[in-house]
Design a protein around this ligand. Structure first.
Ligand code: UTP
Length: 297
């Protein structure tokens, strides 16, 4: 019987420089898409996939993130007193049980691989998930849940994958595909940020992973890769070289790169348009703006 995936690592120790000056004092992961911080979308997705333990890799300046997950009894009391039951329910739905969330500091931003390695003592000998909260995926069935279901069939390591245009390969880890079976591909390698024209495929790795403890062992070596950082993709590929399978999973859904300003804005519009309470107003604003812009051309 395959071990269930019940632990997820959320690496949130990056500097978030693309959002300066906001990220001078606000962690990127607390920035809101409509009215929920990025990190709440990640937690909800993990829960839907059966995750029970949530391990955050944080860094200096991320206290607001830890505060966000604290219960807010005074606020709850006030909402109860004012009869604002709908808001109370929303607030309560974000509460975490004591002990299900853990924080670990990454003392230096040495890369995503290093951030994941910082969680090694929480993982022991079982498969685990990694979620990057700045990759937000709108999907009918949450992306990690799709992956966990696929992983129950395949085992091995699994990375979320999506097809990207030729000129965008240098922004991603790219899979070297052995066999393409549609939703799932088996791989014979992975290259971090290959220049356009040199990539082994157009299948890019994005921020959802299900990994074996072997990957943590590979990270123990702390070898630096592209950009002088300790790369997670290098450790996954080293596990593959040791004989483990690495599958790419083409998820169903739309991914937004909320680590970039443009991706964040697109996600804001998409998530707002998906909301009954905001759609009509926003839609009329967008169409008026487009009409006015066209008329001015
Ligand atoms: P990014 O490459 O998006 O870096 O990291 P960043 O620091 O968050 O943002 P920019 O590029 O400066 O704007 C991808 C993910 O890996 C985490 C980040 O927090 C983010 O979730 N990460 C990256 C770490 O936890 N530690 C690191 O050393 C590097």
């Amino acid at each position: 019987m395959r071990k269930r995936v019940t632990k997820a690592i959320f690496p949130v120790a990056g500097l978030g420089t693309r959002f300066l000056p906001a990220t001078k004092s606000v962690p990127k992961e607390i920035m809101t898409l409509v009215d929920r911080p990025l990190v709440q979308y990640a937690i909800d997705e993990a829960r839907a996939a059966g995750i029970k333990e949530f391990i955050f890799i944080t860094s200096r300046g991320k206290n607001a993130l830890e505060d966000y997950f604290d219960n807010a009894p005074q606020l709850e009391q006030e909402l109860r007193r004012k009869g604002k039951d709908d808001l109370l329910e929303i607030l309560k739905s974000t509460n975490m049980d004591s002990g299900e969330i853990a924080y670990m500091r990454q003392h230096k931003p040495l890369g995503l691989g290093h951030a994941v390695w910082c969680a090694r003592r929480f993982i022991a000998n079982e498969p685990f998930a990694v979620i990057l909260p700045d990759d937000v995926i709108a999907a009918e069935k949450p992306c990690l849940q799709q992956m966990v279901e696929a992983f129950e069939e395949t085992g091995g390591n699994m990375v979320a994958a999506m097809d990207v245009p030729d000129d965008k390969t240098n922004a991603y880890g790219i899979l070297d595909v052995r066999e393409d079976m549609g939703n799932i591909v088996s791989t014979k390698g992975m290259v971090e940020k290959p220049e356009p024209g040199t990539a082994p495929s157009n299948l890019a790795v994005i921020g959802r992973y299900i990994l074996t403890p072997t990957v943590l062992q590979k990270l123990n070596k702390k070898q630096t890769g592209a950009g002088g950082e300790i790369q997670l993709t290098d450790a996954i590929d080293a596990a593959r070289e040791d004989g483990e399978e690495v599958y790419g999973y083409r998820f169903r859904g739309q991914r937004f790169d909320c680590g970039s300003k443009s991706g964040f804005l697109q996600a804001t519009v998409a998530f707002a348009l998906a909301r009954d309470d905001l759609r009509d107003d926003l839609w009329s604003y967008i169409s008026d703006t487009v009409h006015a812009a066209k008329a001015a051309q």
